[in-house]
Write a protein that binds this ligand. Sequence first.
Ligand code: SF4
Length: 411
Amino acid sequence: MFDLKTEQIKTLALYIHIPFCATKCVYCDFNTYAGIEHLIDSYIHALNLEIQLWGKKLNTPKLSTIFFGGGTPSYLRASQLTELIQSISETFHIESNIEITLEANPEDINNQKLSEYRRIGINRLSIGIQALDDRLLKILGRRHDAESSIDALNKTLDFGFANTSADLMYGLPNQSLEDWCKTLEMVSGLGLPHLSIYCLGLEKGTPMAQSVELGKLPDPDPDLAAEMYEFTVKQLGDLKYRHYEISNWAKPGFESQHNINYWENQFFLGLGPGAHSYMPGIRFSNIKSPREYIMRMENISNALEVSRNMQDGTQIIDELENISVNTEILDTLMMGLRLETGVSEASYFKRFGHSLYQKWNVTIDNAISDGLIKWDKNNTRHKPNRHLQLTAKGKILSNEVLARFFADAKS
Ligand code: SF4
């Protein structure tokens, strides 16, 4: 059983999962699938139902952002996206200027699609480029090459999608520092206002991890990856990008509002198979299999029944976790420290009713003396509002910083 405290939910970020990809990239362990396109129509129908049910269940809450992620949302036809956006706007309260992001792959970008995206209200595109080197793109199992990726980015900007982001990865097998510098220089020369740049994680069970285990690919060198990160920080800093989150850079005003919502540990609703949600005192995720998700949604014949079934978590919800105040505090610190602005002492006090420093003084003082975190003072008109932030060293060693807070919480 779980009890939703709907009265505490004023605004929500909405995530819609699109679990389809034309092919599966060898490093990817997301809940996405190739070769199940025949399910797309029935999936859209099931998703529509889930949108409507949650809208009713939560009393038509206001949405702060909408994010179509995957998978490859650009793999859908514009008419299918239109149907989803219509359904969302009929069921949730949406203000006209909210950020609506769609993740796209370069091979799907053309003027017709861009025009349709604009018509249906998508105002931010996040394009999965990953690398600008054909040899590395092949290793990653991507379908596009460097030239078509640059073409897609230029097309998107020329079309007038000012709010466009590119996803890139470094720390790849067989990638040298020179390779990465070249890619970063090429992409940063295009004038994109936002870049998400992640270090490749070798996920267990993926074909790439197996190739590394079998010695067919070299294990990426973490020291080299750290050098790549340092180069990125310097290069993008020189180009006046704001390093607003550990792995994200933006020109002022182009920060991802949807992701900031996650990093500020605010509430969100995730729809579709495997999607996660966070509501007051609870986190939960849907069953992962798209086929099973469609089947269960189809079995639900009316809204009342679904509403009841969601209430006891037996229909499409797979995992459910009650969030204690201590977990919420740790999550808020863990995610907030990822942001350049860090964790505001005043906001922390407002949310939890006790002083950030008093509760964590030993961990904070030790991490400050080790050069991992710092206080940044933002003097408001009447009193200073300190923000706890990672230093440059702390950004590279962020996992260690977070582990210290965890250890402190357990002691
Ligand atoms: S396109 Fe993205 S989601 Fe799909 S398999 Fe490749 S990395 Fe995974």
